[in-house]
Design a protein around this ligand. Structure first.
Ligand code: SF4
Ligand code: SF4
Length: 136
């Protein structure tokens, strides 16, 4: 049995950049509750409106405003946005090799995975729940 486990290398690449994660209404509700502030306050303090409709986290020093640079960790990890939770395994990674290569090139933890290994991975739910990739 071949088994590989995905390990985040804490490179911070997925939290870096001038454009950050888009937030769903549920994300906004969850994070505001976690921070014990109103949705209005959360939106004003921590987010920015892009393209007139997309709400994104603000950035600070080239990273998402919730990225803890010294510990290389997310300050709101327990309730981080859906897109952050699924990374680096969004559904697109399983669709074709080109998508896989793009995502692989932006994530240190995926460097030792091949497209063949990703292709044979069946249990997506397990990845989302455990952040572990197991191949049999
Ligand atoms: S919310 Fe957390 S995991 Fe998501 S981009 Fe910001 S710091 Fe990174
Ligand atoms: S890009 Fe990959 S290895 Fe780097 S912090 Fe994000 S999930 Fe972890």
């Amino acid at each position: 049995m071949l088994q590989k486990v995905f390990e985040c290398k804490r490179c911070g690449a997925c939290c870096a950049g001038e454009s950050t994660v888009s937030l769903s209404p549920q994300d906004i509700q969850n994070i505001a509750s976690f921070l014990k502030i109103s949705k209005k306050e959360f939106l004003e303090k921590y987010t920015v409106l892009k393209d007139k409709s997309r709400i994104e986290m603000k950035t600070q020093n080239g990273y998402c405003i919730f990225f803890d640079l010294s510990n290389k960790a997310c300050k709101i990890h327990p309730i981080k946005p859906f897109k952050c939770k699924e990374w680096p395994f969004p559904s697109a990674i399983f669709q074709d090799k080109e998508n896989f290569e793009i995502i692989k090139n932006s994530c240190e933890g995926l460097k030792h995975f091949s497209w063949e290994e990703i292709k044979f991975f069946k249990n997506i739910a397990k990845i989302k729940n455990n952040s572990k990739l197991k191949l049999k």
